[in-house]
Design a protein around this ligand. Structure first.
Ligand SMILES: [Zn+2]
Length: 170
């Protein structure tokens, strides 16, 4: 029998855009609503989708807890320390094997393809070079953003390793 994994989903409020971006790269479903969305609407989304709220707002955090929702109050300022706070409550590493990276812009799961498979509409000149140099790229069906393993990628991987290693301490 295969065990069904319930993977946590998140909603990062407008002060936690960096967390939203990195959770998406790791593959977690993380909403990052416009900062015009009010507290009531944020809590309703968390309740409806069973999302864990990530907020720096103490008042919103306690409103969420009182409502029986899961919420993590983020106090730190650096990305790694913020992740430490998340890991102290949810061990994200448990889920990583089951996840595909998501688009940092729109939260959709990324597809993997050979760059030569790209359609013309996603094929401005900048991608000619990518086609020459890479045989694997990630792309977003929804917003058409393309991700490839350039030099920036190595920095991303290093940061991710650092984040994951933090998780091992729990
Ligand atoms: Zn996208």
């Amino acid at each position: 029998m295969t065990e069904k994994i319930f993977c946590p989903r998140f909603l990062a409020d407008h002060m936690n855009g960096d967390l939203a971006r990195w959770l998406r790269i790791m593959g977690f479903d993380c909403l990052y609503p416009e900062n015009t969305l009010n507290d009531k609407a944020i809590l309703e989304i968390c309740e409806k989708d069973r999302r864990i709220l990530l907020t720096r707002d103490k008042e919103l955090h306690s409103l969420a807890i009182r409502r029986g929702l899961k919420s993590i109050l983020i106090r730190s300022n650096t990305l790694i320390e913020k992740f430490r706070e998340i890991y102290s409550i949810v061990n994200l590493n448990k889920y990583l094997d089951f996840l595909k990276p998501r688009c940092t812009i729109c939260n959709s799961e990324l597809k993997i393809t050979n760059p030569n498979q790209l359609k013309e509409e996603t094929d401005p000149p900048i991608y000619r070079d990518i086609k020459k140099r890479h045989n694997k790229i990630f792309y977003c069906d929804k917003c058409r953003k393309i991700y490839w393993e350039g030099s920036h990628w190595n920095n991303i991987m290093e940061t991710l390793e650092e984040i994951k290693n933090h998780g091992k301490n729990f």
